[in-house]
Design a protein around this ligand. Structure first.
Ligand code: NAP
Length: 405
């Protein structure tokens, strides 16, 4: 095996050697199919860009069914250790173990590594079937908070003593009457958690020359959680970015060329606006539940979750885990059938994050050309006129060929 080096993080910056070791989890169900296809695309893109000077040294780590079969654990501690040590990794989809202590392996990984920003870019590739008339107008990047809100997992079950105790306390202390046959969930939204997420969204917008950042919230109803998120976002923009950012009120909706606009939207109407006027939105910062719904709804506009990439990132330590956003699609496991685009695009995001954007651009071009050729996997072929259905592995080969130029 060729020796690789660790990625480090010095003075707030990722330091990436020419041969970084990148741990990967193949994933369950169709995970091995899409991973085998995608890794060929990543390696080819890097080779085409740097002709051997740069190369990724892949290191397999275990999680999910493969880990359980080999070690008796769904998420072995060595896997967490490897992601900590090597800092940047990528994963396929994982089965959620039923009846185990871990609620979800994905949630557990994000929590262990404090990957507080779930970043989901959404853009359309020409030719990819879409349920909307003008999918090319969708070009947004959702920053969804990953550690609070419903993801905190603070829930008590209906009928239990601790649930009744909490209800009694809430009645005594606040006069809150809750129907006795209720389950209870707690929604924490912190100032520090909100600020670091919104900061990541703003920094991204500045770095990528994006035009606006929209804070999406339900602050009209939940003033001290969702409303506070909006308030803290504006405060942060004023305190830290007053030279780079302007609010809607300050410029009447017309920001000067050199400044980014910060605005906000109530979550429910935002769903309508992203369907009717998607071109008005760019970078989105929001809490966990809004972001969960929103990123899948936006993905649907550009071809569905089979096409949507994602990355879970802690920008304060450089830790990042990129992932296919769909599930394991177990009925297609081993059939070499499903669409590998989500994990391929997640790898492109990872290459960009590593500071190797040339390789990411090549992958984007390779995908564009492949979609345009109408030789695609079953999910797209069934929606495209005149398409030829090809297997997952063949699709990846075509992407590789189409990256050559
Ligand atoms: P799923 O695996 O995403 O599959 C649902 C359907 O989505 C599939 O039947 C297929 O639709 C389509 N699909 C998914 N991936 C595709 C791909 N790469 N190419 C083309 N079509 C694709 O969702 P699920 O059946 O609800 O979940 C199965 C398992 O995955 C569960 O254990 C769940 O917990 C887990 N999961 C993991 C993650 C993750 O690791 N990030 C995310 C979600 C779910 P058609 O059959 O209609 O073609």
């Amino acid at each position: 095996m060729v020796a690789g080096e660790r990625i480090t993080f010095i003075e707030g910056k990722l330091v990436v050697p020419d041969r970084p070791v990148i741990p990967y989890i193949e994933g369950d169900g169709t995970g091995p199919d899409i991973w085998q296809a995608a890794v060929k695309v990543f390696d080819r893109a890097v080779r085409l860009c740097w002709n051997g000077k740069r190369r990724i040294i892949w290191k397999e780590v275990l999680a999910g069914e493969k880990a359980f079969a080999e070690t008796g654990k769904w998420l072995p501690p060595e896997t967490i250790r490897a992601f900590r040590e090597y800092r940047v990794g990528i994963k396929g989809p994982l089965t959620t173990p039923v009846g185990e202590g871990i609620r979800s392996l994905n949630v557990a990984l994000r929590r262990e590594l404090d990957l507080y920003a779930c970043v989901r870019p959404v853009r359309h590739f020409p030719g990819v079937p879409s349920p909307v008339r003008e999918p090319q107008k969708v070009d947004m990047v959702v920053f969804r908070e990953n550690t609070e809100d419903v993801y905190a997992g603070f829930e008590l079950e209906e009928g239990r003593k601790e649930t009744r105790d909490l209800m009694e306390y809430l009645l005594r202390a606040h006069g809150w009457k809750i129907r006795p046959d209720s389950g209870i969930g707690i929604k924490p939204i912190s100032k520090s958690g909100s600020r670091r997420l919104i900061r990541a969204a703003i920094e991204y917008a500045l770095l990528k020359g994006r035009r606006s950042v929209t804070l999406v919230h339900k602050g009209n109803i939940q003033k001290f959680t969702e409303g506070a998120f909006q308030k803290w976002g504006y405060e942060l923009a004023k305190e830290v970015y007053r030279h780079e950012i302007v609010s809607w009120e300050e410029c009447d909706g017309n920001p000067p060329q050199e400044k980014i606009l910060i605005k906000d939207a109530i979550a429910d109407i935002f769903f309508q606006q992203t369907l009717m006027r998607p071109e008005e939105f760019d970078v989105i910062a929001t809490m966990n539940l809004n972001g969960d719904y929103l990123s899948d709804a936006l993905a649907a506009q550009v071809g569905g979750i089979g096409m949507a990439p994602g990355g879970n990132i802690n920008y304060e330590g450089g830790y990042a885990l990129f992932e296919a956003t769909h599930g394991t699609a177990p009925k297609y496991a081993g059939l070499d059938k499903v669409n590998p685009s989500s994990v391929i695009l997640s790898g492109a995001m990872m290459l960009e994050y590593l500071g190797w954007p040339q390789a990411a651009v090549r992958i984007g071009k390779g995908l564009e050309k492949t979609f345009a050729s109408k030789k695609v996997t079953y999910d797209l072929a069934r929606l495209m006129d005149g398409a030829e259905e090809i297997p997952c592995s063949r699709f990846a080969e075509l992407v590789c060929d189409n990256m050559e130029e």
